[in-house]
Every structure is written in structure tokens, then in C-alpha cells.
Ligand binder design. Structure first.
Ligand code: NAP
Length: 383
């Protein structure tokens, strides 16, 4: 405070104010240290904030730095003909803490979506979220929209998509949200979606490949492929392929592929280590729903990694993320056994419904998604 008064500034209750008995001093080479007159000790760290500081800038006009017979630095003000041990620049120090790199994790499982996007103005950003009418996709779309982004909810059922749009508008009537039809189980629908999106002539800054099918009985799509594989992986693969030019034109842009931890529990290679295509889209006899899901999620990660390798030099990053385990979305709806399991696990996992209706999202999930969508580093590992 003495330094502030000295510099002609008012006292404040700033965190930098020294406790009684402490004094700030400087070394010859501009480092700030703190002397405690009661305990007769000195230290580099500010006694309250723990920060290290150094002097910034030159001495004011007419001032000179000298050293007394004890080696202590003092300052001579030639204009007003006085000396002082206080560096006149002490009021303008800057933090310097090179010994403490910032290893603190910025986000964790209890970070809210709002915390992640706090201070972000996403106006002008265009975001597509697939499967955005429910669960994680809805939360993601909503969070982007409430921060000003133009969000397109890419869903297979337009009625459900429009209901989701209304829910977001109910939270903020100025949100820029719209629904478009995208059925990932039909390559033709993916192509129509891409054409319709391109006709809007807008950029694309974030593409979240979120939609998924889980625990389906064996069925083939109109394109003749096993449905889980096509919806979860191939449909998204095709979508990114078709929108790749827009993404590159909009760089910096990002693709986020929502995968799952369960990708670990499978393999898509045969016994000699080669890719086994029959495992990707198996016949009815070789089909087990859980395995099909796990394989599609493994494809998500392999695809995301390769996409990142190919497009990051052009300013488009890709991240695959695991959102969390057994969150009570509607993902379990295809088999009552899963519904039962998800219901039992519900008290111990994140609840989408609570997140949406009651309080800001406890969104480890969203933290991962949004960190992936906005992190500068480019890769959020799916491990
Ligand atoms: N919940 C979890 O515990 C968990 C764990 C790990 C990973 N994940 C991943 O998180 C992502 C989101 O899942 P969620 O939990 O939010 O499940 P969800 O509530 O069931 O959401 C899935 C979304 O995908 C859409 N979808 C399904 N088939 C589609 C198709 N053919 N074309 C377009 N959209 C389609 C669904 O639309 P409809 O409403 O029309 O069916 C729905 O909007 C998925 O990728 C999932 O694998 C979830």
C-alpha cells in the first residue's frame, strides 16, 4: 500500500495489500521480495497471494537506482531531491511465477456447461449437432445456442427436433436454433442434409457427431448395412466427407465425435491382425447388439483420429470423446434390461433430465464435449 500511496494512487482493499509488519522490496535485477520486520525474514512469494512478482518498465524520469554499503538497492529522486528504499515502480509490478507451471486441470466431471462456456460469445459461429432432440445432443445444442451460436439440430424426426427447438427458445427466445432432417440410417438422407445445409451458404465451425443407436435388434438399413454400424459410424463418416469443404473454408473449425469407453471391449481385426469387414456389418447369425455398438464406437475413434491427422493442417481439428458412463438419456430404450440397469445406476450417474430442467448441467459430459469443441490443443483423448 505504501507503494500505491507513493505512486499517488488511493488505498484499496486489493488482495495485494500486505499484512501488518511486511514490506515490499526489489532486487537490483527487478525481482520483488517481501520482508517481515516482526520475524526478521524475507521471501519471494507475496505473503497473501503466494505470487512472485517483478518490476515492469523503466524508472520514472529523474529517478536513479543506487546500492548502499550493505548491498541494498535504493532510489534517488533527483527532481525532488530525496531518496527511498521503495522502488517507485512497485505499484506496477507484474506476476511472474515461472517455477509453477499451470498444471491445474481446467475442467472436471463436476464442471457445469455454463462454467465451460462462461464468457464465451459464440455469435457468428455455426454448429451442427446430430441427434440433438434428446439426451447429450440436446444439452450440447442448448449450451451452444444459449451462448449465441447458430445451432442446427440434425435429427431424423422433425417433430421431435422442432419440440427440442421450442424447448431451447423457451429458455432464450433470441436463440438462433433450427431443426433439419438427417437420418443417418440412410445415406441418401445424409446427402440431402448436406445439400440443404450447403444451400444456406453459411460457415460451419463445429460439427458434433453425437447421434447413436444402442441395443438394437439386428436389422439392415435401406443401404443394406447393419443399422448400428451405419447410424453410429458410417452415416457420420459420410456426413463429414460431404461437409469437409465447408469445414475447411470455415477454419478454424472442429469436429467432435461422441464415442464411448466401451470401444475398449472389442476388436475389428481378424486373427491375423487385418481389418475384418464382416465384423463391421455382421450377418444376423454373428450379431450381438452390445458388440455392434462397441465396434461402432471403436470406428468413431479411429475415424476421428485419422480425420484429425488429415484435416488439422488445414485448420480443422477432430476429437473423439467419452461422455461418461450410463447416463440416463434415452439410449437404453431399445431393451428393457438396459432400461432396468440404467435406472438402477441412475442415482450414481449424471441425469440428463435434471441437467435440462432443474439446474445447470453437472456436465462432465458437456465439459468434455465443449472442451473438445473449444480447446486450443485439438485433441481430447478418449481414454
Ligand atoms: N448415455 C450414456 O451413458 C452414454 C455413454 C457413452 C456414450 N454415449 C454416447 O453419447 C451419444 C448420445 O447418446 P445419448 O445418451 O444422449 O442417447 P439418446 O438420448 O438416445 O440420443 C441419441 C440421439 O441419436 C438419435 N438417432 C438415433 N438414430 C438416428 C438416426 N438414424 N439418424 C439420426 N439420429 C438418430 C436419436 O434420435 P431419436 O430420438 O429420433 O431416436 C437421439 O436424438 C451417443 O453417441 C452415445 O453412444 C452415451
Amino acid at each position: 500500500m505504501a507503494a500505491l500511496r507513493y505512486a499517488g494512487l488511493d488505498d484499496t482493499d486489493s488482495e495485494d495489500e500486505l499484512p501488518l509488519g511486511w514490506e515490499q522490496r526489489t532486487t537490483k535485477d527487478g525481482w520483488v521480495y517481501y520482508a517481515n520486520h516482526t520475524e526478521e525474514k524475507t521471501q519471494w512469494e507475496h505473503p497473501k497471494t503466494g505470487k512472485r512478482k517483478r518490476i515492469a518498465g523503466d524508472l520514472p524520469y529523474g529517478w536513479e537506482q543506487e546500492t548502499d554499503e550493505n548491498g541494498q538497492v535504493y532510489f534517488v529522486d533527483h527532481i525532488n531531491k530525496r531518496t527511498t528504499y521503495l522502488d517507485p515502480r512497485l505499484a506496477f509490478t507484474v506476476d511472474d511465477n515461472p517455477t509453477k507451471p499451470t498444471t491445474r486441470q481446467r475442467y472436471d466431471g463436476s464442471t457445469t456447461a455454463m462454467e465451460i462456456l462462461q464468457g464465451r460469445d459464440l455469435t457468428g459461429k455455426v454448429v451442427i449437432v446430430t441427434g440433438a432432440n434428446s439426451g447429450i445432443g440436446f444439452e450440447t445444442a442448448k449450451s451452444f445456442a444459449l451462448h449465441g451460436a447458430h445451432v442446427i439440430l440434425a435429427c431424423r424426426n422433425l417433430t421431435r427436433a422442432n419440440e427440442a427447438v421450442s424447448r431451447i427458445l423457451g429458455e432464450w427466445h433470441k436463440a438462433k436454433v433450427e431443426a433439419m432432417t438427417l437420418d443417418l440410417a440412410q445415406l441418401r438422407s445424409v446427402q440431402h442434409f448436406a445439400q440443404a445445409f450447403k444451400a444456406k451458404n453459411v460457415s460451419l465451425h463445429v460439427l458434433v457427431c453425437n447421434a447413436a443407436a444402442f441395443a438394437l435388434p439386428w436389422t439392415l438399413t435401406k443401404d443394406g448395412l447393419e443399422t448400428t454400424f451405419q447410424v453410429n459410424h458410417l452415416g457420420h463418416f459420410h456426413l463429414v466427407q460431404l461437409l469437409q469443404d465447408v469445414l475447411c473454408r470455415s477454419a478454424p473449425a472442429r469436429v467432435v465425435v461422441v464415442s464411448s469407453e466401451s470401444h475398449r471391449f472389442t476388436d475389428i481385426n481378424d486373427s491375423s491382425g487385418n481389418l475384418d469387414f464382416s465384423r463391421l456389418s455382421p450377418s444376423k447369425n454373428d450379431y450381438w447388439a452390445m458388440l455392434a455398438y462397441n465396434r461402432s464406437k471403436l470406428c468413431n475413434i479411429l475415424f476421428s483420429n485419422e480425420l484429425h491427422r488429415r484435416l488439422s493442417p488445414r485448420g480443422v481439428t477432430s476429437n473423439a470423446v467419452h461422455p461418461g458412463n450410463m447416463m440416463y438419456s434415452s439410449i437404453h430404450r431399445n431393451w428393457w434390461v438396459y432400461t432396468l440397469l440404467f435406472t438402477l445406476a441412475r442415482p450414481f450417474t449424471k441425469s440428463m433430465k435434471e441437467d435440462m430442467n432443474v439446474r445447470p448441467s453437472r456436465a462432465g459430459i458437456l465439459s468434455v464435449l465443449l472442451t473438445a469443441a473449444f480447446s486450443e490443443s485439438g485433441t481430447v483423448p478418449c481414454t
